[in-house]
Design a protein around this ligand. Structure first.
Ligand code: SF4
Length: 108
């Protein structure tokens, strides 16, 4: 995720909340840094030396709880996830793209 770089991130939409979202940000690529302490089974080690959170076949991050659509490693979630601006420009853009693509909202 490229976070806090969207020009509209300073304008948060107060109607957006993680509690009423389908965790669309958890479909983005999460690049890990040296400070992240993530279990190795959740990580893909790229041939280019870049580590990212693994995704399941449904497109969501492997650490996402499919029942609650919340992060199952919230207390230890990657730094880039902590910086994502809920209701910010990037969040709103991804929600719009998700909606436009009519991706099924819940995993069966
Ligand atoms: S680590 Fe948690 S917050 Fe980050 S993308 Fe995965 S499920 Fe979402």
């Amino acid at each position: 995720m490229a976070l806090n770089i969207h020009p509209d991130d300073s304008k948060l939409d107060p109607t957006v909340s993680c509690s009423n979202c389908e965790a669309v940000c958890c479909r983005l690529t999460v690049v890990l840094d040296a400070s992240d302490q993530i279990s190795d089974e959740l990580v893909v080690h790229g041939a280019n030396g870049v580590d990212v959170m693994a995704h399941a076949a449904d497109g969501w991050c492997i650490a996402l709880d499919r029942t609650t659509m919340g992060c199952s490693i919230y207390a230890q979630r990657p730094r880039v996830c902590r910086r994502f601006a809920m209701g910010g420009g990037y969040c709103r853009l991804e929600r719009q793209k998700f909606s436009d693509a009519r991706i099924p909202l819940r995993v069966a």
